[in-house]
Ligand binder design. Structure first.
Ligand code: NA7
Length: 548
């Protein structure tokens, strides 16, 4: 308490309006927890959020069927056992409304709202070298000065629309899944298109098909999807999960993916068992549902032969579900290895193509030429539409930070620094940008792990680091080029042991025209990553330059 008072006095003296010690950008899982920990340090802090409410990705992605593909048991904060005990998840996978309600509950429960400014988009961050502070500008014309900026801007928050000519002339309604109207959309009696067949599309398609008169799905690349087998959580399960949560989460933090609800990884190779055992194991994975399927064998994303066996199994499943053989073939992914694009987790996705009102258009055979006032034209003709749903994804991993004009030392922009792809040390910092922290940035396990475990690890590390700098009265911390280069090399070397860099996925930036093709996720596992980060901090922030 004495420390807190001392710091408050010190800042009260130096403050001008708009001065804070820490500025957090984004009010999703990362930003809310970051704000909480900075408040616990007793430092002046402000959180700026573009949305009109807290929740981050769960505030924006309100399309029908939006649901987390990680089980609700895992997809919750673990830092406060009271939060775990008092919140009840009703289903195996949290729905968007339930996760949003949870985050609102957390914001209230921790009393965070007074330090959050909503409907405020950060537009510019300028590093002032003489003072080692960031000058922050927003779209409301406000300016802030902050010693530290924490980019809690999310890995999948910069939604992207394809640039088809004519969209502005379309007389119907169009939507992006990640910018869905709060009042919902009624597609009854409408002819609707969904463009895209990634995770969002695979969730929205079955529900639009049930409501609309006609649904046309425009597919550029088929994706692998496994059944979710979502179900209500029964009270006995709930009791058991709560009872052992603390220990399970402790173990998850040291694991490879940061989850405990999914299957324990099978240590056997898919190649070391006979056909019957392999089939039984795949079948059990399919029947259990969810990402656990990737753990049915140890080598599905590292061995091409094992991968081909999984591919064959899923292709057979698709062929078994979809009645029309030609449609089934179109839905079978053949241009990337199984699991190298984000594995989709669905409810009735493939079976939806058995409905009379659903048509699949293969954009590789018949690309979209233009959007017309009344529909979408491909080279074989026009499909008349009342509404278009773009489920076309995100400029992932880097899009949200690069949408802000960020200028570090010597005026270097982050866009210039990352022109050939993002370079970071631990996904936390990038050299040339002192006191700027990224939460689950490129080069960290992030989207290839349970995001919540990875977010908590990064946020705690950053809070400890800021606390340490204060303790020693240090003005700045910055990743060194040498440490960053070594980390990028290590990260690339780890990724090269897998098949993941092969796919044209958002993990590699290949979904965005002109984006450098770089694999952006650390594949060494969350446990090993955590241990490395802890060691670095214990050695006085090895690989970072600390200045007074
Ligand atoms: P994704 O997974 O990036 O999916 C986007 C889909 O949109 C994908 O099928 C794309 O095809 C397709 N797409 C993108 N641009 C176009 C154009 N120009 N024309 C046609 N089709 C296009 O985004 P989601 O929102 O589904 O999911 C993102 C993540 O959020 C998900 O993985 C979960 O982690 C949560 P492509 O495959 O690029 O050929």
């Amino acid at each position: 308490m004495a420390d807190r008072q001392r710091q408050e006095t010190r800042f009260a003296e130096s403050e001008r309006p708009g001065d804070v010690e820490v500025l957090v950008v984004g009010a999703g899982f990362s930003g809310l927890y970051m704000l909480h920990l900075i408040r616990k340090l007793g430092l002046p802090v402000r959180l700026l959020e573009a949305g009109a409410g807290v929740g981050g990705t769960w505030y924006w992605n309100r399309y029908p069927g939006a649901r987390c593909d990680v089980e609700s048991t895992d997809y919750q904060y673990g830092f406060d056992d009271d939060l775990v005990q008092e919140w009840t998840w009703t289903e195996r996978y949290g729905s968007q409304p339930e996760i949003l309600a949870y985050l609102n509950h957390v914001a209230d429960r921790l009393g965070l709202r007074e330090d959050i400014e909503l409907e405020t988009r950060v537009t510019r961050l300028l590093f002032d070298e003489p003072t080692s502070r960031w000058e922050v500008s927003t779209d409301r014309g406000e300016t802030f000065s902050a010693r530290f900026c924490v980019m809690a801007t999310g890995c999948l928050s910069a939604a992207r629309l394809p640039e088809y000519p004519g969209l502005e002339s379309f007389l119907g309604s169009w939507y992006h899944t990640a910018r869905w109207p709060h009042e919902g959309v009624d597609f009854t009696e409408q002819s609707v298109a969904v463009v895209g067949t990634g995770s969002s599309a695979i969730q929205v398609i079955p529900l639009v098909a049930e409501q609309a008169a006609r649904l046309t799905v425009f597919q550029r690349t088929p994706n692998f999807s496994v059944p979710a087998h979502n179900r209500p959580r029964d009270p006995e399960d709930e009791r058991r999960i709560k009872e052992t949560f603390a220990e399970d989460r402790r173990n998850a933090r040291q694991s490879s993916m940061g989850v405990f609800a999914s299957w324990v990884p099978n240590e056997k190779s898919a190649l070391e068992v006979d056909d019957a055992e392999r089939e039984r194991t795949f079948e059990a994975g399919w029947n259990r549902g969810g990402f656990g399927f990737l753990n049915t064998f140890s080598d599905l994303v590292t061995s091409r032969e094992a991968n081909e066996l999984a591919t064959r199994f899923v292709h057979e499943k698709i062929r078994g579900i979809v009645h029309d053989a030609e449609v089934a073939e179109l839905l079978c992914p053949t241009n990337h290895p199984f699991g190298t694009k984000r594995l989709c987790v669905d409810t009735d996705y493939y079976a939806t193509y058995n409905r009379d009102n659903v048509t699949l258009v293969d954009l590789r055979r018949t690309p979209i030429e233009e959007v017309t006032p009344t529909g979408i034209r491909t080279e074989v003709g026009e499909i008349e539409l009342d509404a278009i749903v773009f489920a076309t994804g995100f400029d992932a991993m880097t899009g949200a930070v690069l949408d802000i004009d960020i200028r570090g030392r010597s005026g270097l922009t982050l866009a210039e620094k990352w022109a050939a792809g993002p370079r970071t040390y631990l996904g936390i910092q990038t050299a040339g940008f002192p006191n700027l922290f990224l939460i689950t940035g490129p080069g960290s396990p992030s989207v290839l792990s349970n995001m919540i475990v990875s977010i908590e690890q990064h946020v705690e590390w950053v809070a400890d680091c800021i606390g340490y700098l204060h303790e020693l009265d240090l003005a700045a911390i910055e990743a060194t080029i040498a440490a960053e280069d070594a980390w990028v090399e290590h990260s690339n070397e780890r990724a090269a042991r897998t098949l993941l860099p092969e796919a044209d996925s958002w993990y590699t930036g290949a979904n965005i025209p002109g984006k450098p093709r770089v694999f952006m996720v650390y594949t060494g596992g969350v446990g090993a990553f955590r241990r490395r980060c802890t060691e670095i901090a214990e050695r006085g922030y090895e690989g970072f330059a600390l200045t007074t």
